[in-house]
Design a protein around this ligand. Structure first.
Ligand code: AMP
Length: 304
């Protein structure tokens, strides 16, 4: 198995999504690990650790492989793939989770291939936090570990979510999840409560309003990229994390100056993701498109 210095652990899903102004889509490839990988692969070969059922369409697997990712760590199990159904509100930002079918993801016991144990950059994407703890026990000496979660795990396994937070370097959450976990409406205070538990940084995603990066002495803010139309924001958070971690893994630089740049790359990949159904947007972009948007961001935030 070939070595990957960036590893993602998370779900690979079949998503059904309902929108206020267009037809619903059914069983489209989704999941944390998928969106993360399609974004991070622009920067760094990504090793994917996940599980799918025997019903998972071959062409979706090919999409992941074509991104350049290493998919040897995807287990195929007899049974149905993880499924997630959700509905976007009129503002296309807030989402109601309608149904989660855990299926084979419930039997997932991630076993890192030997070649992955030395990886320096680890992203624990949204999946059962028990699985995150198991991965943290297996990696040898990571340079940067990051974590994301979702309402289901906050509601059902908060203690385990807290245990993971205590052991990682960066926490990625959206503004609703942060308020929910730390029982604090003020985002700055909620961020500080998170950092008090151990992580060096927290990234708070605010949908179309951008994202915040907090460290003990750091407050960085990036706006959302101005888009004429948002088609499907599913996976925007994971694409953000993919752009962020992909850039960090490529540059192997975890200085604060570089974390700021990573915030920009995260926002760029998230913005491309929302412009198409499912992960389709990633098929049509290249590094030049990413760099152009980077320059746009520079102009947007520039002032004397
Ligand atoms: P995001 O829009 O970035 O929050 O990510 C949404 C993706 O997370 C969807 O593609 C879902 O398939 C996946 N997802 C939703 N709920 C869960 C869950 N409980 N565990 C793992 N993955 C999930």
């Amino acid at each position: 198995m070939c070595m990957s210095n960036l590893i993602v652990v998370g779900s690979i899903a079949l998503d059904t999504t309902h929108f206020p102004n267009r037809e619903s889509i059914r069983d489209v490839m989704g999941g944390t690990a998928s969106y993360f990988t399609l974004a991070s692969s622009f920067f760094e070969k990504t090793g994917v650790i996940s599980i799918i059922g025997t019903d998972f369409p071959e062409n979706y697997k090919e999409t992941l492989e074509k991104s350049g990712a290493n998919i040897d760590g995807i287990e195929i199990k007899d049974g149905k793939s993880f499924r997630f159904e959700s509905k976007f509100m009129d503002n296309m930002d807030e989402r109601e989770d309608l149904a989660t079918e855990i299926n084979v993801l419930g039997e997932f016991n991630p076993k890192l291939p030997e070649a992955y144990k030395d990886a320096e950059f680890i992203f624990l994407g949204n999946t059962d936090p028990e699985q995150h703890l198991s991965v943290l026990d297996q990696v040898k000496n990571p340079k940067l570990t990051a974590f994301d979660t979702i309402k289901l795990w906050i509601d059902t396994k908060l203690d385990t979510v807290m245990e993971v937070i205590k052991r990682v370097d960066i926490v990625f959450l959206n503004e609703f999840e942060v308020r929910d976990i730390f029982k604090e409406q003020n985002l700055k205070k909620a961020a500080m409560k998170c950092l008090d538990l151990g992580p060096s940084y927290i990234v708070i995603k605010k949908g179309e309003h951008g994202a915040l990066l907090y460290g003990k002495d750091l407050h960085f803010s990036i706006p959302g990229y101005p888009l004429d139309e948002v088609v499907d924001p599913t996976g925007a958070g994971d694409s953000f994390a993919g752009g962020f971690m992909g850039w960090i893994a490529k540059t192997r630089d975890i200085s604060e100056a570089n974390l700021r740049k990573a915030m920009v790359y995260g926002s760029i990949l998230a913005s491309f993701n929302t412009q198409n159904i499912g992960p389709d947007a990633f098929k049509n972009i290249n590094m030049l498109d990413i760099q152009n948007r980077y320059n746009d961001f520079r102009r947007i935030v520039e002032f004397e």
